[in-house]
Design a protein around this ligand. Structure first.
Ligand code: FCB
Length: 454
């Protein structure tokens, strides 16, 4: 894909999107809220995991994070000034139901009441995500998502939140990145709860799919006209070289990871190639997979960041490495910048699964931003990243993909999981020493793009 400076100009880009296109921001509870022990909030698996020595790059927790729990009016004001049309945030399960079961925690529920009211008052459409990985610790103590009982627990939790916010919120998301939660948390051990066991990870997936179906039914029964989706993260998976071995490895990985969720969600059950790969690697030993229920989706959310190149070490499934290709443009995450991959993933999803609607529910980049002496953050490299991805989204739209929205990750610099506060994804800079917020140049750029889409 070739793009000139003119093509990346916000006015020129905006002309490629329809007037009602939803430009938004995404955040998640544990990454921004802080107030970890306030007003009845219980511990989550991230409170536990972030305290494991060596688990987090800078040894930090989300105890304070962006202190959004106390500063949300300011943050919504920032979003409103940028002109955001939608705000995707997550509810902290341990804040509204500390034990993961039973009665709700009234102050926690009131916080989300106030948040939703403030978002609506700012003319912004709320999108409520039920699960962005911060499972109540007491539920993990009973097996967490690996235990089938979680499906009932998740349904009850969905009921609690939908009953409370459903009079004002139409847009819902059951899960953020169920693959990352299952695989990084239960097979790779680099996210909470920090387990390293593939059979457990595959049980978790099975239960996530059932929990999605259960929660969707609950939300529909509580919220008239609800629009329900999942945010699935998919990178542009490509063989590292053109050898047959790398090609096969890339195909197996896509099937064992991406299609492992998407095929069931679209009513096809688990994919054959993925089943063979997981089985050959011993991941299904002792696992009884049922027939996962089809997902009930008004829209499919796509979280897209990068290209993943797969190189096989041998012919055995899972004996491969996944990386950025050397010499390519990369962000501070060492993620390969691949805007054409966003277009191609959108086209592939449309062709393969034909969801009614697709929204890019996350896209963004970490760079080592700093405040200049004049107090400004000149993140031109982020602007370039965003502009090229927005251009790729426009190409997909022009090719017939029913793309309805784009949410930048993220509003604020925040707690980047196992990397702590060492990576900045915000369009608004946060000085964690004093919680000062400073919109970056990219925030001005986004504001111009949104203002020009009418
Ligand atoms: C996604 C997560 C989000 C954030 C971005 C950078 O995987 O959903 O919370 O960490 O990556």
């Amino acid at each position: 894909m070739t793009t000139s400076d003119h093509d990346l100009d916000p006015g020129a880009l905006a002309s490629r999107f329809p007037p009602g296109f939803v430009w938004g921001f995404g955040t998640s509870a544990y990454q921004i809220e802080g107030a970890a022990a306030e007003e009845g909030r219980g511990p989550s698996i991230w409170d536990t995991f972030s305290r494991v020595p060596g688990a987090i790059a800078d040894g930090q927790t989300g105890d304070v994070a962006c202190d959004h729990y106390h500063r949300f009016p300011e943050d919504i004001g920032l979003m409103a000034r940028i002109g955001a049309r939608a705000y995707r945030f997550s509810v902290s399960w341990p804040r509204v139901q500390p034990g993961g079961t039973g009665a709700g925690n009234e102050p926690g529920l009131e916080f989300y009441d106030r948040l939703v009211d403030a978002v609506l008052a700012a003319g912004i459409r709320p999108l409520v995500n039920l699960f962005h990985w911060d499972l109540p610790q007491p539920l993990q103590d009973r097996g967490g998502f690996a235990d089938a009982a979680i499906v009932d627990r998740f349904g009850d939790y969905a009921d609690l939140v939908a009953s409370r916010l459903g009079d004002r919120v139409t847009d819902w998301m059951t899960f953020n990145e169920p693959a990352v939660f299952a695989f990084l948390g239960h097979a790779d051990g680099i996210h909470a709860p920090g387990l390293r066991d593939w059979p457990t990870a595959l049980r978790v997936v099975d239960n996530e799919l059932r929990a999605h179906a259960r929660a969707s039914a609950v939300i529909r029964s509580r919220v008239r006209g609800a629009r329900i989706g999942v945010a699935f993260d998919m990178n542009h998976v490509a063989p590292a070289t053109h050898t047959d071995r790398d090609r096969l490895a890339a195909a197996q990985w896509s099937s064992a990871r991406d299609a492992w969720f998407l095929d069931p969600l679209f009513g096809r059950g688990y994919p054959q190639l993925g089943l063979e790969a997981h089985r050959a690697a011993g991941h299904l030993d002792g696992v009884e997979l049922g027939d996962p229920p089809p997902g009930d989706l008004d829209y499919l959310g796509l979280n897209y960041y990068r290209r993943d190149a797969v190189s096989a070490r041998s012919n055995a499934p899972f004996d491969w490495t996944i990386d950025a290709r050397p010499g390519t443009e990369q962000t501070q995450m060492n993620w390969e910048v691949a805007p054409d991959g966003l277009r191609d993933v959108l086209l592939a999803l449309h062709r393969e699964y034909a969801p009614r609607e697709i929204a890019v529910t996350e896209n963004g980049a970490a760079y080592p931003d700093s405040l200049d002496p004049d107090g400004r953050v000149r993140d031109d490299v982020r602007i370039s990243y965003l502009a090229r991805h927005v251009a790729a989204a426009a190409e997909a739209l022009e090719a017939g993909v029913p793309l309805t929205g784009y949410y930048v990750w993220s509003l604020l610099d925040n707690y980047e999981w196992s990397l702590g506060y060492t990576r900045r994804f915000g369009l608004v800079h946060v000085d964690f020493a004093n919680q000062r917020r400073t919109p970056k140049a990219s925030a001005d750029w986004y504001a111009r793009l949104i203002a020009a889409t009418r």
